[in-house]
Design a protein around this ligand. Structure first.
Ligand code: ADP
Ligand code: MG
Length: 320
Protein backbone atom coordinates (compact mmCIF):
# COMPACT_ATOMS: atom_id res chain seq x y z
CA UNK A 1 0.00 0.00 0.00
CA UNK A 2 1.53 3.36 -0.87
CA UNK A 3 1.02 6.42 1.28
CA UNK A 4 -1.74 7.79 -0.93
CA UNK A 5 -3.95 4.69 -0.45
CA UNK A 6 -3.76 4.83 3.31
CA UNK A 7 -6.65 6.22 5.32
CA UNK A 8 -5.95 9.46 7.18
CA UNK A 9 -7.32 9.46 10.73
CA UNK A 10 -7.55 12.48 13.00
CA UNK A 11 -7.57 11.20 16.58
CA UNK A 12 -8.90 13.40 19.37
CA UNK A 13 -7.57 12.19 22.71
CA UNK A 14 -9.55 12.86 25.89
CA UNK A 15 -8.20 13.87 29.25
CA UNK A 16 -7.73 10.27 30.40
CA UNK A 17 -5.17 9.62 27.63
CA UNK A 18 -2.72 11.87 29.51
CA UNK A 19 -3.93 12.21 33.12
CA UNK A 20 -6.35 9.99 35.04
CA UNK A 21 -8.93 11.78 37.18
CA UNK A 22 -7.59 10.36 40.46
CA UNK A 23 -3.96 11.27 39.74
CA UNK A 24 -2.06 14.38 40.86
CA UNK A 25 -0.59 14.84 37.42
CA UNK A 26 3.14 14.35 38.06
CA UNK A 27 5.37 14.12 35.00
CA UNK A 28 5.85 10.39 35.70
CA UNK A 29 2.10 9.77 35.85
CA UNK A 30 1.50 11.68 32.63
CA UNK A 31 4.29 9.87 30.77
CA UNK A 32 2.88 6.51 31.95
CA UNK A 33 -0.57 7.36 30.54
CA UNK A 34 0.94 8.66 27.32
CA UNK A 35 2.81 5.33 26.98
CA UNK A 36 -0.47 3.39 27.23
CA UNK A 37 -2.04 5.72 24.66
CA UNK A 38 0.92 5.44 22.31
CA UNK A 39 0.66 1.62 22.32
CA UNK A 40 -2.69 2.06 20.57
CA UNK A 41 -1.30 4.66 18.17
CA UNK A 42 1.55 2.33 17.23
CA UNK A 43 -1.00 -0.42 16.44
CA UNK A 44 -2.91 1.96 14.17
CA UNK A 45 0.32 2.89 12.41
CA UNK A 46 1.11 -0.81 11.92
CA UNK A 47 -2.34 -1.31 10.37
CA UNK A 48 -1.48 1.33 7.76
CA UNK A 49 -3.35 4.38 9.02
CA UNK A 50 -1.88 7.86 8.59
CA UNK A 51 -2.23 9.68 11.91
CA UNK A 52 -2.85 13.19 13.13
CA UNK A 53 -3.25 13.48 16.89
CA UNK A 54 -5.05 16.18 18.82
CA UNK A 55 -5.67 16.24 22.56
CA UNK A 56 -7.26 18.00 25.51
CA UNK A 57 -5.27 20.15 27.95
CA UNK A 58 -7.68 20.97 30.81
CA UNK A 59 -5.61 19.64 33.74
CA UNK A 60 -2.30 20.89 32.29
CA UNK A 61 -3.64 24.39 31.55
CA UNK A 62 -5.24 24.47 35.01
CA UNK A 63 -1.90 23.62 36.63
CA UNK A 64 -0.03 26.24 34.62
CA UNK A 65 -2.61 28.91 35.46
CA UNK A 66 -2.07 28.15 39.16
CA UNK A 67 1.69 28.43 38.61
CA UNK A 68 1.20 31.85 36.94
CA UNK A 69 -0.98 32.98 39.84
CA UNK A 70 1.30 31.73 42.61
CA UNK A 71 4.52 32.85 40.92
CA UNK A 72 3.45 36.37 40.02
CA UNK A 73 5.32 37.93 42.95
CA UNK A 74 8.55 36.63 41.41
CA UNK A 75 8.01 36.63 37.64
CA UNK A 76 5.38 38.08 35.26
CA UNK A 77 2.34 35.82 34.83
CA UNK A 78 1.56 34.71 31.28
CA UNK A 79 -1.90 35.17 29.73
CA UNK A 80 -4.11 32.25 28.69
CA UNK A 81 -3.13 32.15 25.01
CA UNK A 82 0.51 31.70 25.99
CA UNK A 83 -0.43 29.12 28.63
CA UNK A 84 -2.29 27.25 25.86
CA UNK A 85 0.85 27.30 23.72
CA UNK A 86 2.87 25.96 26.68
CA UNK A 87 0.51 23.00 27.09
CA UNK A 88 0.77 22.18 23.38
CA UNK A 89 4.55 22.07 23.81
CA UNK A 90 4.58 19.96 26.95
CA UNK A 91 2.01 17.42 25.79
CA UNK A 92 3.41 17.35 22.26
CA UNK A 93 6.84 16.59 23.67
CA UNK A 94 5.54 13.65 25.73
CA UNK A 95 3.90 12.12 22.64
CA UNK A 96 6.87 12.79 20.34
CA UNK A 97 9.32 11.27 22.78
CA UNK A 98 7.19 8.22 23.62
CA UNK A 99 6.17 7.46 20.03
CA UNK A 100 9.73 7.90 18.76
CA UNK A 101 10.97 5.48 21.40
CA UNK A 102 8.36 2.85 20.46
CA UNK A 103 9.24 3.11 16.77
CA UNK A 104 12.97 3.12 17.48
CA UNK A 105 12.57 -0.19 19.33
CA UNK A 106 10.87 -1.60 16.23
CA UNK A 107 13.66 -0.28 14.01
CA UNK A 108 11.32 2.20 12.30
CA UNK A 109 12.18 5.83 11.62
CA UNK A 110 9.02 7.87 11.28
CA UNK A 111 9.10 11.67 11.48
CA UNK A 112 6.93 12.84 14.38
CA UNK A 113 6.37 16.44 15.32
CA UNK A 114 4.08 18.88 17.09
CA UNK A 115 2.64 22.00 15.52
CA UNK A 116 1.89 24.90 17.84
CA UNK A 117 -1.56 25.62 16.47
CA UNK A 118 -3.69 28.77 16.42
CA UNK A 119 -7.41 28.47 15.78
CA UNK A 120 -9.43 31.34 14.38
CA UNK A 121 -12.66 32.27 16.14
CA UNK A 122 -15.22 34.97 15.40
CA UNK A 123 -14.89 38.21 17.32
CA UNK A 124 -18.70 38.36 17.61
CA UNK A 125 -19.13 34.75 18.81
CA UNK A 126 -22.09 34.82 21.24
CA UNK A 127 -20.02 33.09 23.96
CA UNK A 128 -17.97 36.29 24.40
CA UNK A 129 -21.09 37.91 25.88
CA UNK A 130 -21.76 35.11 28.36
CA UNK A 131 -18.57 33.18 29.18
CA UNK A 132 -19.24 29.82 30.79
CA UNK A 133 -16.05 27.74 30.79
CA UNK A 134 -14.38 27.61 34.26
CA UNK A 135 -10.56 27.67 34.16
CA UNK A 136 -7.65 27.78 36.59
CA UNK A 137 -7.65 27.95 40.40
CA UNK A 138 -10.58 28.20 42.82
CA UNK A 139 -10.89 31.45 44.84
CA UNK A 140 -12.56 32.82 47.96
CA UNK A 141 -15.17 35.51 47.33
CA UNK A 142 -12.70 38.19 48.42
CA UNK A 143 -9.99 36.94 46.05
CA UNK A 144 -12.51 36.63 43.23
CA UNK A 145 -13.79 40.18 43.66
CA UNK A 146 -10.24 41.54 43.74
CA UNK A 147 -9.39 39.80 40.45
CA UNK A 148 -12.62 41.08 38.96
CA UNK A 149 -11.70 44.63 39.90
CA UNK A 150 -7.99 44.57 39.15
CA UNK A 151 -7.88 42.36 36.09
CA UNK A 152 -11.39 42.53 34.72
CA UNK A 153 -11.82 38.74 35.10
CA UNK A 154 -15.34 37.38 34.89
CA UNK A 155 -15.80 35.20 37.97
CA UNK A 156 -18.60 32.83 38.87
CA UNK A 157 -19.65 30.86 41.91
CA UNK A 158 -19.16 27.30 40.67
CA UNK A 159 -19.31 25.14 43.84
CA UNK A 160 -21.45 26.06 46.82
CA UNK A 161 -20.45 25.30 50.45
CA UNK A 162 -16.66 25.11 50.02
CA UNK A 163 -13.85 27.44 51.17
CA UNK A 164 -13.00 28.56 47.66
CA UNK A 165 -16.19 28.38 45.61
CA UNK A 166 -15.32 30.97 42.91
CA UNK A 167 -13.58 30.49 39.60
CA UNK A 168 -12.67 32.55 36.61
CA UNK A 169 -14.81 31.80 33.56
CA UNK A 170 -13.77 32.43 29.96
CA UNK A 171 -15.62 32.24 26.64
CA UNK A 172 -15.64 29.02 24.63
CA UNK A 173 -16.12 30.27 21.06
CA UNK A 174 -16.72 28.07 18.00
CA UNK A 175 -13.60 27.23 15.98
CA UNK A 176 -13.72 28.58 12.41
CA UNK A 177 -10.35 27.77 10.87
CA UNK A 178 -7.05 26.10 11.80
CA UNK A 179 -4.35 28.67 11.02
CA UNK A 180 -1.56 26.10 10.54
CA UNK A 181 -3.54 23.37 8.71
CA UNK A 182 -1.42 23.82 5.56
CA UNK A 183 1.68 23.00 7.64
CA UNK A 184 -0.03 19.92 9.09
CA UNK A 185 -1.01 18.85 5.56
CA UNK A 186 2.54 19.27 4.25
CA UNK A 187 3.93 17.15 7.08
CA UNK A 188 1.34 14.40 6.57
CA UNK A 189 2.19 14.39 2.85
CA UNK A 190 5.81 13.90 3.94
CA UNK A 191 4.68 10.76 5.86
CA UNK A 192 4.98 12.35 9.30
CA UNK A 193 2.80 11.71 12.33
CA UNK A 194 1.64 15.14 13.50
CA UNK A 195 0.32 16.35 16.85
CA UNK A 196 -1.73 19.51 16.34
CA UNK A 197 -4.48 21.74 17.67
CA UNK A 198 -3.76 20.62 21.24
CA UNK A 199 -6.24 21.80 23.84
CA UNK A 200 -8.54 22.93 21.04
CA UNK A 201 -5.85 25.27 19.73
CA UNK A 202 -4.79 28.75 20.77
CA UNK A 203 -7.81 30.98 20.12
CA UNK A 204 -7.05 33.96 17.88
CA UNK A 205 -9.23 36.56 16.23
CA UNK A 206 -8.65 38.61 13.10
CA UNK A 207 -8.23 42.33 13.78
CA UNK A 208 -9.43 45.03 11.40
CA UNK A 209 -5.96 45.25 9.84
CA UNK A 210 -6.04 41.49 9.12
CA UNK A 211 -3.49 40.49 11.77
CA UNK A 212 -4.24 37.78 14.35
CA UNK A 213 -4.36 38.37 18.10
CA UNK A 214 -4.47 35.75 20.87
CA UNK A 215 -7.50 35.62 23.15
CA UNK A 216 -8.24 34.62 26.73
CA UNK A 217 -10.68 31.86 25.81
CA UNK A 218 -10.83 28.08 25.46
CA UNK A 219 -11.94 26.19 22.35
CA UNK A 220 -13.52 22.75 22.70
CA UNK A 221 -10.91 20.25 21.49
CA UNK A 222 -13.44 17.91 19.86
CA UNK A 223 -14.92 20.76 17.80
CA UNK A 224 -11.49 22.10 16.79
CA UNK A 225 -10.43 18.53 15.91
CA UNK A 226 -13.33 18.31 13.47
CA UNK A 227 -12.25 21.53 11.71
CA UNK A 228 -8.71 20.20 11.46
CA UNK A 229 -9.97 16.85 10.11
CA UNK A 230 -12.04 18.67 7.47
CA UNK A 231 -9.21 20.98 6.43
CA UNK A 232 -6.73 18.13 5.87
CA UNK A 233 -9.41 15.98 4.16
CA UNK A 234 -9.17 13.20 6.72
CA UNK A 235 -11.13 10.00 6.05
CA UNK A 236 -11.97 9.21 9.66
CA UNK A 237 -12.46 11.35 12.78
CA UNK A 238 -11.78 9.16 15.82
CA UNK A 239 -12.71 10.62 19.21
CA UNK A 240 -11.22 8.62 22.09
CA UNK A 241 -12.56 9.17 25.58
CA UNK A 242 -13.25 7.18 28.75
CA UNK A 243 -16.45 5.42 27.62
CA UNK A 244 -16.86 2.74 24.92
CA UNK A 245 -20.02 4.28 23.43
CA UNK A 246 -22.16 7.35 23.39
CA UNK A 247 -25.41 6.35 25.07
CA UNK A 248 -29.01 7.37 24.92
CA UNK A 249 -30.88 7.76 28.21
CA UNK A 250 -27.46 8.23 29.79
CA UNK A 251 -27.49 7.41 33.51
CA UNK A 252 -31.07 6.13 33.44
CA UNK A 253 -32.23 2.52 33.87
CA UNK A 254 -33.12 2.33 30.16
CA UNK A 255 -29.63 3.55 29.12
CA UNK A 256 -28.52 2.08 25.79
CA UNK A 257 -25.13 2.23 24.03
CA UNK A 258 -25.18 3.39 20.41
CA UNK A 259 -23.38 1.32 17.76
CA UNK A 260 -23.40 2.24 14.08
CA UNK A 261 -25.85 5.10 13.47
CA UNK A 262 -26.57 7.60 10.72
CA UNK A 263 -26.07 11.35 10.94
CA UNK A 264 -29.87 11.75 10.97
CA UNK A 265 -30.20 9.43 13.98
CA UNK A 266 -27.34 11.20 15.80
CA UNK A 267 -28.95 14.59 15.14
CA UNK A 268 -32.26 13.35 16.51
CA UNK A 269 -30.68 12.03 19.71
CA UNK A 270 -28.64 15.23 20.10
CA UNK A 271 -31.76 17.37 19.75
CA UNK A 272 -33.52 15.17 22.34
CA UNK A 273 -30.75 16.05 24.83
CA UNK A 274 -29.19 12.60 25.35
CA UNK A 275 -25.60 13.93 25.33
CA UNK A 276 -24.49 16.27 28.12
CA UNK A 277 -23.18 19.74 27.28
CA UNK A 278 -19.47 20.10 27.94
CA UNK A 279 -18.70 16.37 27.62
CA UNK A 280 -20.49 14.02 25.17
CA UNK A 281 -22.48 16.85 23.56
CA UNK A 282 -19.55 18.52 21.75
CA UNK A 283 -18.19 15.10 20.70
CA UNK A 284 -21.43 14.09 18.97
CA UNK A 285 -21.79 17.60 17.49
CA UNK A 286 -18.24 17.45 16.10
CA UNK A 287 -18.73 13.87 14.85
CA UNK A 288 -21.89 14.88 12.98
CA UNK A 289 -20.23 17.94 11.44
CA UNK A 290 -17.34 15.86 10.11
CA UNK A 291 -19.55 13.36 8.26
CA UNK A 292 -21.86 16.11 6.96
CA UNK A 293 -18.81 17.89 5.53
CA UNK A 294 -17.94 14.76 3.51
CA UNK A 295 -15.89 12.66 5.93
CA UNK A 296 -16.31 8.87 5.62
CA UNK A 297 -17.12 8.26 9.29
CA UNK A 298 -16.70 9.55 12.82
CA UNK A 299 -16.13 7.21 15.75
CA UNK A 300 -16.57 7.83 19.47
CA UNK A 301 -15.09 5.15 21.72
CA UNK A 302 -12.57 4.45 24.47
CA UNK A 303 -8.82 4.29 24.02
CA UNK A 304 -8.63 0.51 24.48
CA UNK A 305 -11.33 -0.06 21.85
CA UNK A 306 -9.80 2.23 19.23
CA UNK A 307 -8.39 -0.45 16.95
CA UNK A 308 -11.54 -2.60 17.08
CA UNK A 309 -13.66 0.47 16.39
CA UNK A 310 -11.62 1.32 13.27
CA UNK A 311 -12.46 -2.22 12.17
CA UNK A 312 -16.17 -1.55 12.76
CA UNK A 313 -16.37 -3.93 15.72
CA UNK A 314 -16.84 -1.52 18.60
CA UNK A 315 -17.75 2.03 19.58
CA UNK A 316 -20.32 4.51 18.33
CA UNK A 317 -19.82 4.94 14.58
CA UNK A 318 -21.54 7.77 12.74
CA UNK A 319 -21.93 7.48 8.99
CA UNK A 320 -23.94 9.32 6.33
P1 ADP B 1 -12.82 13.85 27.42
O1 ADP B 1 -11.73 14.25 28.36
O2 ADP B 1 -12.53 12.57 26.72
O3 ADP B 1 -13.26 14.95 26.50
P2 ADP B 1 -15.38 14.17 28.80
O4 ADP B 1 -15.50 13.98 30.26
O5 ADP B 1 -15.42 15.56 28.26
O6 ADP B 1 -14.04 13.45 28.37
O7 ADP B 1 -16.51 13.32 28.05
C1 ADP B 1 -16.71 11.94 28.35
C2 ADP B 1 -17.81 11.80 29.38
O8 ADP B 1 -19.07 12.18 28.81
C3 ADP B 1 -18.11 10.40 29.86
O9 ADP B 1 -17.21 9.98 30.86
C4 ADP B 1 -19.54 10.52 30.41
O10 ADP B 1 -19.55 10.73 31.79
C5 ADP B 1 -20.07 11.79 29.74
N1 ADP B 1 -21.34 11.64 29.01
C6 ADP B 1 -22.29 12.60 28.95
N2 ADP B 1 -23.35 12.22 28.23
C7 ADP B 1 -23.06 10.96 27.79
C8 ADP B 1 -23.77 10.02 26.99
N3 ADP B 1 -24.98 10.30 26.48
N4 ADP B 1 -23.19 8.84 26.72
C9 ADP B 1 -21.97 8.53 27.23
N5 ADP B 1 -21.25 9.38 28.01
C10 ADP B 1 -21.78 10.59 28.29
MG1 MG C 1 -14.18 16.80 27.04
Amino acid sequence: MNNEDKKLVVIALGGNAIKQAHEKGTAEEQFKNVEITCEQLVKMNALGYKLIITHGNGPQAGTLLIQQEEGKKLVPPMPMDIVGAMTQGQIGYMFQNTLQNYFMQKGKTIPITTIVTQVLVKEDDPDFNDPSKPVGPFYTEEEAMKLKEEKGYIVKLVKPNVDKPWRRVVPSPEPIKIVESNCVQALVDAHAIVIASGGGGIPVMKKSDGTLAGLEAVIDKDKAGNILAQEVNADIYLILTDVENAKINFGKPEEKPLGKITVAEAEKYLAEGHFLAGSMGPKVTAAIRFVKAGGEKSIITSLSNAVDALDGKSGTIIVK
